[in-house]
Design a protein around this ligand. Structure first.
Ligand code: ZN
Length: 288
């Protein structure tokens, strides 16, 4: 009888251990907009990066900015475009050589490039900028990322989920690599729609599913959203708050106030239309 009892205890103990080791696999609702399930895209590990001179992203110095004002620069393409052939494309782009000069000027003048998450945590050195790049274009990886790395700069990239792995946009493996380096991924919706004209159901999918996708695939937190085409209203801001976002960037020009409403953070547009001198003035005139 005693032996039976011992066996029973042993069996109960072992099954208890097994139950503890059973890992609950979290599933995420698939997007009702795109039909793309987060698990559909299976990314292999990125190839080992080509060895090049690079620095670790800087650790913040811990000098907090009392005002909460931080210049947030807004870039789109980093590529060479012929002004006469593609005027619109030229205005949305920054030539890689100009971009390099801008980053070197920031570096040589003691600026730190921090992420939006560092800003809300208060990890803000006295001379800080936030570099944002919209839409997840492939030239970020090809042209901007090497320059950011060589200056030890962090940045943040706004990703349109349905464009991942599409021609002209970054691959999933590249997003993993930039995220691992310290580029903060932000949601830029599933499909880049006009959110003001979206149905409630679609709004929820564009805002929630896009964030869930990035968090699921890259094992990161995604606290920030970037409004597609800069369109937003109070209802959209409400959806963002309801779904746990910490803040969102607009395309409205000005200095972001991280101690004000975090859901209408302003940005400073940078592209080929500003010379290096204009760039310097935009930064110097936005003292934080
Ligand atoms: Zn966009």
């Amino acid at each position: 009888m005693k032996k039976m009892l011992l066996i029973l205890i042993a069996v109960l103990f072992l099954s208890g251990c097994q139950a503890k080791e059973t890992v609950q696999v979290e599933t995420i609702e698939s997007s009702s907009v795109s039909g793309k399930d987060p698990a559909d895209l299976k990314y292999s590990e990125p190839d080992a990066p080509v060895q090049q001179e690079e620095k670790e992203p800087e650790a913040p110095s811990g000098n907090l900015v009392p005002s909460g004002n931080i210049p947030v620069l807004m870039y789109h393409y980093i590529r060479s475009v012929d002004k006469d052939e593609d005027f619109l494309g030229y205005n949305l782009s920054t030539d890689p050589e100009l971009f390099k000069q801008e980053m070197e000027w920031l570096k040589n003048n003691g600026y730190s490039a921090i992420t939006p998450s560092m800003a809300i945590k208060g990890d803000v050195p006295e001379k800080s900028v936030i570099l944002t790049f919209d839409d997840g274009y492939s030239d970020f990886y090809d042209a901007a990322f090497p320059i950011l790395k060589s200056n030890g700069f962090r940045a943040s990239e706004a990703i349109i989920i349905d464009k991942i792995d599409h021609s002209g946009f970054m691959m999933g493996t590249q997003l993993k690599e930039i995220s691992d380096y310290g580029i903060e991924l932000m949601s830029h919706s599933m499909t880049h729609p006009n959110l003001k004209e979206s149905t409630d159901e679609r709004l929820r999918a564009e805002i929630k599913d896009s964030r869930d996708f990035l968090e699921y695939h890259y094992d990161i937190k995604v606290p920030f959203f970037v409004y597609p085409s800069g369109d937003y209203n109070e209802k959209i801001q409400g959806y963002l708050k309801e779904n746990g976002y910490s803040g969102a960037f607009t395309t409205e020009p000005g200095i972001a106030d991280f101690k004000g409403n975090l859901f209408d953070l302003k940005r400073i547009r940078i592209d080929n239309r500003n010379s290096l001198e204009d760039f310097k003035n935009k930064i110097l005139n936005s003292k934080n």
